[in-house]
Design a protein around this ligand. Structure first.
Ligand SMILES: Cc1cc2nc3c(=O)[nH]c(=O)nc-3n(C[C@H](O)[C@H](O)[C@H](O)COP(=O)(O)OP(=O)(O)OC[C@H]3O[C@@H](n4cnc5c(N)ncnc54)[C@H](O)[C@@H]3O)c2cc1C
Length: 232
């Protein structure tokens, strides 16, 4: 599906991190929590060797199909600088939604392993579960392991803390300074053998976490990964 959408809001949400809210010009934008879209810009204000489009996971939840949000690290690329500078009301073309990094059909616990801005699809799933999922799904046990270089870069941190305080089924573990084996081993002890594992972030972090989970004996069929290619 390709849809024209207007830029509704652009804001800084953490150190070097921005969020953009988009609204379909006509109709709704239905999606499943955890999916991604491709955003195509109509004009570029800054040169960009990689062109005028990028893929982003949706960070908002499908509870509201009249608008959706993406979030990204502000790396200084021409695409991102342009997206943040375009005036509100500008039209962009959005392709999608796509992807299978979505919640499982059974009711087993879910562990999200998010590296940096890899928080986006995890927060979308959490928002969906807490805000508008059917009552049965709201009881799913979830654990988020969120790794960032420091507190200032941890996007949506205050919201995550509030969501943890309000929901006995959700717990949050922060890791500052990079993901490590011990953190994942502790998550495994807490989540148990039946859990589904969702690993998302820069390719290096995804590979490290996958390797650690393998060493911990986690069944590879219960591990889903999403690499944010484009980040070193
Ligand atoms: C399924 C999927 C979902 C994705 N979802 C998201 C998402 O939700 N949010 C998101 O931000 N990205 C997401 N990405 C990655 C995204 O598509 C871009 O590749 C990424 O954001 C980098 O784009 P860029 O314009 O900043 O850099 P590019 O212009 O594509 O790359 C420029 C260069 O900058 C380097 N670079 C990387 N990180 C930094 C940094 N922190 N500072 C300086 N330079 C850096 C890169 O290595 C690269 O060589 C997703 C990718 C996929 C495949």
């Amino acid at each position: 599906m390709k849809k024209e959408c207007t830029i509704h809001a652009q804001r800084k949400i953490a150190e070097d991190t921005c969020e953009v809210v988009l609204c379909p010009v006509e109709g709704d934008f239905p999606f499943q929590a955890g999916q991604y879209v491709q955003v195509n810009l109509p004009e570029m204000r800054h040169a960009d060797p990689k062109g005028a489009s990028r893929v982003f996971s949706l960070v908002s939840s499908p509870c509201n199909v009249r608008e959706f949000a993406v979030a990204f690290r502000a790396t200084g690329s021409g695409f991102k600088k342009t997206l943040m500078e375009l005036p509100r009301g500008s039209t962009v073309l959005v392709e999608g939604p796509s992807g299978f990094f979505t919640l499982p059909e059974d009711d087993a616990p879910v562990v999200w392993i998010a590296g940096g801005i890899g928080i986006t699809p995890c927060l979308s799933m959490l928002r969906y579960l807490q805000d508008c999922a059917p009552a049965k799904e709201k009881k799913r046990n979830t654990l988020l392991v969120y790794a960032n270089r420091d507190h200032a870069h941890a996007a949506y941190w205050d919201e995550l803390k509030e969501r943890e305080a309000a929901d006995a089924h959700f717990s949050l573990k922060a890791r500052f300074g990079g993901m490590d084996y011990e953190t994942l081993a502790a998550a495994q002890r807490e989540a148990g053998a039946a859990a589904w594992w969702y690993v998302v972030g820069p390719p290096g972090m995804v590979a490290l976490a996958q390797q650690a989970l393998q060493q911990l004996g986690v069944d590879a069929r219960r591990v889903l990964t999403e690499e944010f290619s484009g980040y070193a």
